[in-house]
Design a binder for this molecule. Structure first.
Ligand code: 6PG
Length: 235
């Protein structure tokens, strides 16, 4: 069951970006203080770009920070749809270790998922933080309806990532994906969601109410949350 949810609302994009970047910075600093390293997963999509720009301006020992995308479209590195390429543009110049989870765009999406899982198995785990976005259809990371839905939600506990074929393929990026599993997401020490617009808010509220019986992937994912979830929202 979702532990506890806190909504944070903003009037403008700068305020939202500053607040979320500040929270992520705090998590990274705490992990650096505690063990000299931090591992975080960042969302792809368009919403978080201003947050990443603010976060990258933070004074941090970036070389001890590992960043992975929470999900990836199976496309070559450098492709406009590649989440890690977007993240790397902002954080590589700071010296962070930005790790692709799909270093090679293989046509076998299940094999891509297995290699991503193997890469993530080498990281300090659980994640210090997982930042999530959400689509208007209620998907989060790349947990979509389709043949891999049950595996993403209820696969082996140790599995951190898997390959998925969304059904239908999402219009904004109609390609198979690799995604963190629900287990990989909900075990993160901090879980932060950033969404904008009335429609997404309505979907997320319904998803939270229905929980494990929600038709929306995010409802199912958050039903397994093991710690409070922060939701940042702007109209
Ligand atoms: C992706 C994502 C995805 C994203 C939502 C929202 O790679 O598609 O990580 O889960 O967060 O689709 O995307 P927007 O922020 O672009 O609306």
């Amino acid at each position: 069951m979702t532990e506890e949810v806190e909504w944070w609302e903003y009037d403008d994009a700068t305020e939202l970006a500053e607040a979320v970047a500040g929270d992520v910075q705090f998590v990274i600093e705490s992990a650096l203080d505690a063990r000299g390293g931090a591992v975080i997963a960042l969302a792809g999509g368009k919403t978080p770009a201003p947050i990443y720009a603010k976060l990258a301006a933070a004074k941090l020992d970036w070389k001890r920070v590992t960043i992975v995308p929470g999900d990836e479209r199976i496309v070559p590195l450098g492709d406009p749809l590649s989440n890690v390429t977007m993240i790397a543009k902002t954080f590589l110049p700071k010296g962070a270790r930005v790790m692709p989870i799909v270093p090679t765009a293989t046509p076998d999406y299940k094999a891509a998922g297995r290699s991503a899982d193997a890469l993530l198995q080498d990281l300090h785990w659980p994640l210090d933080l997982c930042l999530l976005g959400m689509g208007e259809n209620g998907h989060t990371a790349s947990i979509f309806h389709g043949p891999d839905y049950d595996e993403a939600l209820s696969g082996p506990r140790e599995r951190r990532a898997l390959g998925v074929m969304p059904e239908p393929l999402p219009e904004e990026a109609p390609v198979p994906r690799v995604t963190l599993s629900r287990q990989g997401i909900v075990t993160a020490k901090a879980l932060t969601i950033v969404i904008t617009g009335a429609k997404k808010r309505e979907v997320l509220e319904q998803a939270l109410t229905a929980g494990e019986s929600s038709p929306y992937p995010i409802g199912r994912v958050l039903a397994g949350a093991e710690q409070p979830v922060d939701i940042h929202w702007m109209a």
